[in-house]
Design a protein around this ligand. Structure first.
Ligand code: SF4
Length: 361
């Protein structure tokens, strides 16, 4: 067992030296462009560029058109397909510059759902690279990047996974999934054992959050020329959701999750199941249920259709799934009971009765 990342971070921080800046090369900056070290490096090298007069100029020693073509690929793949390209065969500088320009364009678009979809796609790209690091025994390189991204300390456990402080684990665990509940985990001397694939999940979520926050903190730019053209092109990806009214209204547990998706949040599987099963059991057709998920950052029409059809019992004569009970939702942290819920046992029984009584009195 070792805790090399945390130790080096401690000693280097005494001298005001960023461990990551010491460890990272140009290739790593391009693989993990959301890290503050990467963006600082790119921005310092791009300083002096006039965003309003980039057409025909050079960016980081490359023709601006070449950089813009990668910005287009990056945004279209992320917003259209929900995945970002590896960009392994292009210069690291162009890759990093295209990431920064994509963030600038997203800030100008000022749409949280677009930003969240891009952030998740980029986080998945970095997760792939991190997966190679872990699988190829480059764990000592991986650890400080994961620690820095997730704000946690890791202890490598014989190359099979990591030990994480309980408090860090609880901040990052997916509480709605039984396998993440602390009672189902292996705890050793106050630390929780977490498998590689679970660490990668935490890494992905943290990376996406970091990208979202970076865009939110940027001043809103006024774009001209080719950057403005790309901005208008990506507007086709803005999700348009029409939620048909439902008699009796929507229970709080379902409304909370719909609101989270509208804000571009990536909600857990159990919450998606709740939404799909609720609307199917209240008479929505398959397409209307699929449309509810278009604001989800990882939306894929094909995957969503498959899952919704399965829940509706339309796949291979499978059963139609019931809405989970209120007690099950409460145990998963998905109940947001209000007095409108009265004493119902299942969200499908929600009628907004009390609300109706109040409005008619
Ligand atoms: S009591 Fe039931 S319907 Fe109401 S918020 Fe909780 S789970 Fe949903």
């Amino acid at each position: 067992m070792c805790n090399h990342g945390a130790q080096r971070l401690y000693f280097l921080s005494l001298f005001g030296v960023s461990l990551l800046a010491e460890l990272m090369g140009n290739a790593d900056y391009a693989k993990y462009p959301f890290l503050s070290e990467s963006t600082s490096m790119a921005i310092s090298r791009m300083r002096g560029l006039n965003l309003g007069a980039l057409d025909g100029t050079e960016v980081l020693g490359h023709n601006a058109e070449e950089v813009f073509s990668i910005v287009r690929v990056r945004l279209n793949d992320a917003l259209g397909n929900g995945d970002s390209p590896d960009l392994a065969d292009i210069s690291h500088e162009i890759s990093l510059a295209s990431f920064i320009f994509a963030l600038i364009i997203l800030r100008a678009a000022n749409d949280q759902r677009l930003t969240s979809r891009f952030a998740l796609a980029e986080a998945r790209r970095s997760e792939r690279y991190m997966g190679y690091f872990l699988a190829q025994s480059r764990r000592s390189q991986a650890v400080p990047i994961i620690e820095h991204t997730c704000g946690i300390n890791l202890t490598d456990y014989y190359g099979e996974g990591f030990l994480v402080d309980i408090s860090d684990y609880l901040k990052n665990a997916i509480v709605s999934q039984p396998s993440w509940k602390l009672v189902n985990r292996w705890v050793i001397a106050g630390k929780v054992f977490v498998k590689d694939n679970e660490i990668l999940h935490i890494f992905r979520e943290s990376a996406a959050k970091s990208i979202n926050q970076t865009v939110q903190k940027m001043p809103e730019p006024v774009l001209k020329g080719e950057l403005a053209n790309i901005l208008s092109e990506i507007m086709v990806y803005k999700p348009k959701v029409v939620v048909k009214p439902i008699e009796g209204g929507v229970p709080p547990c379902v409304q909370v999750q719909l609101d989270r998706m509208k804000k571009g949040e990536n909600i857990p599987h159990a919450a998606r199941f709740l939404i799909a099963s609720f609307f199917i059991n209240r008479g929505y057709d398959i397409q209307s249920v699929i449309n509810l998920f278009t604001t989800s950052p990882d939306f894929s029409e094909k995957i969503t259709r498959y899952q919704v059809e399965q829940i509706a019992g339309k796949k291979e004569n499978g059963p139609k799934y019931m809405v989970p009970s209120c007690s099950k939702l409460a145990s998963e942290g998905l109940c947001f009971k209000t007095e409108e819920c009265d004493s119902i046992k299942n969200p499908v029984q929600f009628t907004g009765k009390r609300q109706k009584e109040r409005s008619s009195s």
